[in-house]
Design a protein around this ligand. Structure first.
Ligand SMILES: [Zn+2]
Length: 643
């Protein structure tokens, strides 16, 4: 852990022009600098760096942020790694947080395991390159599979000698402790002694996202033992390796994934390797199970677009359908491509040129929802089975977080299957409601467990999701002007007079109606801006731009950058009207959005309610109340602000 004081020191020393300048040739342009964008194929210099704001932005592809964001994206490293990179550049000594004895022990265990694995990787590689058996068996195997030497090197492929304890002996001789050989899974200990796990196999090391060896996969190549031993053996889970946290090939693929803004998911090591050799480098594999939420979150650091690339047989179809709802729920856009005629990505890549491969994928990948519809519904005539299958697709659509995307899919599905959109929508809303209720019950159970209960107030505005665009504009005001006073000498409930900053006013105003942003990160930003509002030297923009939580600093960077300010001629655009009017207008807009959405919902419900008179009365009463509130808002918006 790097302590806060050191982070501040690093931030103070950092100059974004130097940092970006290490990777991009920058030229002075007015008060700013510009160069060719490293994140897309840039022909004209679109990448701007602002020394005064310490941020950068590409006006073509939108990438940018603080020096930290830039490094994380460009070098594909984590937040602490970016901090260390900067500390090294500016010669700042890193003060690590004091660790407890237990933490020290854990850390040194992990370190020792990484060191042993690193040694083993080199050991296996050396055998493949220099040992007569390694060359005759291992190297021969890779050559027979058509894998080039540079690719063998790139993926650190190796070979384990057939003797049952060759590695164990070599490791002990080199001074490594038996304990760590067992903990990493390189060796197995039994009553007779220490044995190698991978003896006689070709070796595929697993590198984690920052390039450290966390595990090994060993493939058997001797046909005689067929059926007796497993074809593949992998490291067991350990302190440094969790099967469902890692993706094979991610380290080698991450730059290409970010650049292409897409990842190809395949099934095996050799698929990944063959595709790299064909020039398609944005490829990863996981070991034959459904993707876990950890793996999805790991991928999302690099892209939101995933193509599942599998064999066209039963198993491939099964693999393509597995775990996809979780991908959708995490906001990933999924495409599917099943390869023709018994090909897997390995064999297919070998038969075709890079261009053919790319073209084939481009022309044949299908959007997942369409894929699932074709596969499970079309050609099914039995009404019960058909309806079940449609339910499955609606379920998949219902987990997608983006509302617009959901309705797009729904209306496509309605056309494709010739079913009324409203019917599908009702079914989907039912599923979403059920899911929410389940979550609520879970929260209640959780609250009950902790001995607290929440009583929800009833209110026109209660528990409705505001429009995210207005929310974002409010947040933008908080980040850019949060500390500025917009009301002086306001009388509070306790009779005291006080000044209100932008952040305090927004907090006060939303608080009156128990409104919250629907994104927790937004709520956190508002709370922090309010908490610091009393401090004399608090400036919201630099505070959030250099926030230790990287989600906040990158959001701040995105919202703080005004295209008018960094764009053409770098002119500062006058904000229309005063800041106070701007903020007042925004919070009224937010209410207006919520109210109009509710009115629409009520209207729809009234059309469908049937003959339940009690319900009709209740709906009409709420409609009337909401409408009156809307008129009040409209009046306020018209008179106080615009007029
Ligand atoms: Zn760009």
């Amino acid at each position: 852990m790097i302590d806060r004081a050191t982070i501040d020191k690093i931030m103070d020393a950092t100059n974004i022009v130097d940092v970006v300048g290490e990777f991009v040739t920058l030229r002075k342009a007015g008060v700013n600098y510009k160069g060719l964008c490293p994140f897309h194929d840039d022909k004209t210099p679109s990448f701007m760096v602002s020394p005064s704001k310490q941020i950068c932005k590409c006006f073509a592809c939108g990438e940018g942020g603080t020096a930290i964001n830039f490094l994380m994206k460009h070098e594909q490293i984590t937040y602490p790694e970016a901090l260390r990179w900067l500390a090294k550049k500016y010669n700042i000594e890193i003060q690590e947080k004091e660790l407890t004895d237990e933490e020290k022990q854990q850390q040194s265990d992990r370190e020792s395991m990484f060191i042993v694995n690193e040694w083993a990787r080199t050991y296996f590689q050396n055998i493949l390159k220099n040992d007569p058996d390694g060359i005759a068996i291992g190297k021969q195997y890779f050559r027979s599979r058509g894998i080039r030497d540079d690719i063998v090197e790139k993926f650190c492929l190796g070979f384990a000698l057939p003797q049952r304890d060759a590695l164990a002996k070599a490791a002990l001789k080199a001074g490594y402790q038996e304990d760590f050989l067992v903990k990493t899974g390189l060796c197995i200990r039994n009553e007779k002694g220490l044995y190698d796990r991978y003896a006689g196999r070709v070796i595929f090391p697993w590198l984690n996202v920052s390039g450290k060896v966390v595990a090994f996969g060993g493939r058997l190549l001797d046909a005689r033992t067929k059926g007796v031993q497993q074809k593949y053996v992998n490291s067991p889970d350990s302190e440094i390796y969790h099967k469902d946290h890692e993706l094979y090939g991610l380290f080698q693929a991450k730059k290409a994934i970010a650049k292409e803004d897409r990842v190809y998911m395949v099934e095996g090591y050799t698929d990944v390797i063959a595709m790299h050799q064909s020039g398609l480098e944005n490829v990863v594999a996981n070991s034959g199970t459904a993707l876990s939420v950890y793996q999805i979150k790991l991928l999302r650091r690099f892209t939101q677009n995933i193509t599942l690339l599998y064999d066209g047989d039963e198993a491939g179809i099964h693999a393509a359908m597995r775990g996809t709802d979780m991908l959708l729920a995490e906001g990933m856009n999924i495409k599917v491509l099943l390869l023709p005629d018994g090909d897997d990505p390995d064999s297919f890549a070998k038969k075709h040129s890079t261009q053919e491969l790319k073209d084939y994928i481009e022309q044949n990948q299908t959007d997942f929802i369409t894929f699932k519809t074709r596969l499970t519904v079309e050609n099914v005539t039995d009404p019960v089975k058909r309806s079940e299958a449609i339910g499955g697709i609606v379920k998949s659509i219902s987990v997608i977080p983006d509302q617009i995307l959901r309705s797009t899919y729904l209306s496509e599905l309605s056309q494709r299957l010739d079913i009324k959109e409203q019917t599908l929508l009702n079914s989907m809303n039912g599923m979403i409601r059920k899911e929410l209720e389940e979550k609520e019950r879970e929260t209640e159970r959780e609250a009950a467990r902790q001995g607290e209960t929440h009583l929800a107030d009833t209110n026109v505005l209660q528990s409705l999701t505001p429009d995210s665009e207005v929310e974002e504009m409010i947040l933008k005001s908080i980040i850019r002007d949060g500390e500025k006073v917009i009301f002086e000498n306001v009388e509070m409930d306790d009779g005291l007079l006080t000044d209100l900053t932008v952040a305090q006013y927004v907090d006060y105003d939303l608080g009156m109606d128990h409104l919250q942003f629907h994104d927790d990160l937004y709520n956190q930003i508002l709370a922090e801006a309010v908490a610091h509002s009393g401090e004399a030297d608090f400036k919201a923009e630099p505070y959030f731009l250099h926030h230790p939580d990287v989600r906040i600093s990158s959001l701040a960077a995105r919202l703080a950058i005004d295209p008018h300010q960094l764009g053409k001629g770098f002119q500062l655009k006058e904000r229309e009207g005063s800041l106070r009017q701007h903020v007042l207008h925004l919070v009224l807009d937010l209410r207006m959005d919520i109210v109009e959405k509710r009115l629409k919902e009520l209207k729809a419900e009234m059309q469908q309610v049937g003959s339940d008179m009690e319900r009709i009365k209740a709906l009409m009463a709420e409609f009337k109340e909401t409408q009156e509130y809307r008129n009040l808002l409209a009046q306020k918006l018209g008179n106080d602000i615009v007029g």
